[in-house]
Design a protein around this ligand. Structure first.
Ligand SMILES: [Zn+2]
Length: 464
């Protein structure tokens, strides 16, 4: 069952009401031109005045707004005795001559206007121009609309809602769904284009959504308490929402399709068409991300022919473990390299000191005590690392020979860096690069590397 686009219009039920011209059901689709042409003829009187008077005498005051006679209470309204026959009743009235912005006649819609061409309201079905100039605060009959629906979903409707959908209850539900749908479409399509029609056969009801609000307002009044092809008494109300799960699913699917198309247009997704043959129950599965979604549900993979391999939780954990293992290995390797560099630097430092002693001897007795002191301190190994070390200077092991042998005092770094040097392998330069990151020079390769002072993490990439 699909939504019917534009319904074939008919005028009257199979048996026309007394006083109505017999018309065939072979009207073309709803055509505005046809009804505009009809407005060239004078509107006819739908019901003789005497008949309405007789009713009024019998039942007391009739309230046209609430649609009830005084004292009638909330009893079920009686079956409609008149029904508009658009083909015969449409015509121009005083409103078309003097005030073309006048609302449509409510009694005309109910098929009981006694004024005919003398009516101060228009006698025609709502047309496109009506929808354009409609005021949200009033309906097509000029009645006030309200912020919310009436409790029984009757009345003029709510201006906070679209008000294009009607609930049609108490339909004779013996025929098949298709026949009911055709029947409802034939009777309700008479007033204007129908956008969607859903029939719930088990409940004997249908939801009719018109393309225009004014058409829905007109149809609601015109079809209230009427019958279709059988002897029903329809219950026509405003519909909040079509409760048919298929209708909801269709709406959701439309949204999803729109979204996917938009994503495809942006280039976020390669193949939106994969989703087009997705049945909706499948779509209820988790939508975490594209890969994971494809992974769930073998039926989807089968229908979509997707080449994605399902990834289970165990596989995911295994992959995570592998990544962690590789990370650990790399960290161990780096630590090894640092240790090797430290050892090498230590050897380089000793070379430098010995070289310094030799140089001092050859230079003469300028200050031989300096290099010797260094040598002794080196032998103590770490117990007095706080002392200024020549090897901690910018010159590293490879630059051992560059230490000024004859200088009056042993070269050392400036005082501010002294505390940092305590835990530093000799021959390695350190400078602060960014917050927490310190740059070191690898003595073996001469490449700088970076250590995070807080986490101990090291990297060859310069952190930003
Ligand atoms: Zn009228």
């Amino acid at each position: 069952m699909a939504a019917l686009p534009l319904m074939q219009g008919v005028c009257c039920p199979a048996e026309p009401l007394p006083g109505h011209a017999k018309t065939t059901s072979k009207q073309a689709c709803f055509q505005e031109d046809h009804w505009k042409e009809k407005l060239r003829q004078p509107a006819r009187i739908q019901v003789q005045p005497a008949r309405q008077l007789q009713q009024a005498e019998h039942l007391g005051d009739y309230n046209i707004w609430s649609g009830r006679y005084a004292g009638e209470g909330f009893a079920r309204p009686s079956r409609a005795t008149t029904r508009v026959c658009l083909e015969a009743d449409t015509g121009f009235t005083r409103a078309d001559v003097f005030d073309r912005s006048a609302p449509i006649c409510l009694h005309f819609a109910r098929g009981c206007c006694t004024y005919g061409k003398d009516c101060a309201y228009r006698h025609c079905t709502p047309l496109g121009e009506d929808e354009k100039k409609m005021d949200a605060s009033r309906d097509i009959f000029g009645r006030e609309r309200h912020a919310s629906f009436r409790e029984d979903m009757g009345g003029t409707g709510s201006w906070s809602r679209e008000c294009r959908s009607l609930y049609v209850g108490r339909i004779f539900a013996k025929p098949s769904e298709d026949i009911i749908e055709e029947t409802v479409a034939r009777h309700f399509g008479e007033f204007g284009a129908i956008e969607a029609l859903r029939v719930l056969k088990p409940k004997g009801c249908a939801f009719v959504t018109y393309t225009a609000r004014c058409t829905a307002e007109f149809a609601k009044e015109a079809m209230a308490e009427q019958s279709l092809d059988h002897d029903e008494q329809l219950n026509v109300r405003w519909a909040y929402d079509d409760p048919n799960p298929r209708a909801k699913a269709a709406k959701l699917r439309d949204y999803a399709q729109q979204m996917l198309s938009a994503m495809a247009a942006r280039g976020d997704m390669a193949q939106p068409e994969v989703f087009s043959n997705m049945d909706f129950p499948v779509a209820k599965k988790r939508m975490v991300d594209r890969d994971v979604t494809r992974g769930y549900g073998a039926d989807e993979a089968a229908s979509g022919g997707s080449s994605f391999v399902p990834m289970m939780r165990q596989e995911h954990e295994a992959r995570e473990a592998e990544v962690q293992r590789m990370h650990d290995e790399r960290a161990a390797l780096e630590a090894e390299q640092v240790a090797a560099a430290a050892t090498e630097a230590e050897a380089g430092r000793l070379d430098a000191i010995l070289q310094g002693i030799d140089d001092a001897k050859s230079c003469g007795p300028a200050n031989p005590a300096g290099p010797l002191d260094e040598f002794y301190s080196f032998l103590e190994d770490g117990s007095n690392r706080d002392a200024p070390q020549p090897s901690a200077h910018a010159g590293s092991s490879a630059h051992a020979g560059s230490i000024p042998a004859c200088s009056a005092e042993p070269p050392h770094s400036d005082g501010a860096q002294q505390p940092d040097l305590a835990n530093l392998p000799p021959g390695v330069r350190r400078t602060r690069v960014a917050e927490e990151w310190i740059e070191y020079i690898d003595p073996s390769t001469r490449y700088p590397y970076y250590v995070n002072a807080r986490t101990g993490e090291s990297t060859w990439q310069k952190p930003t």
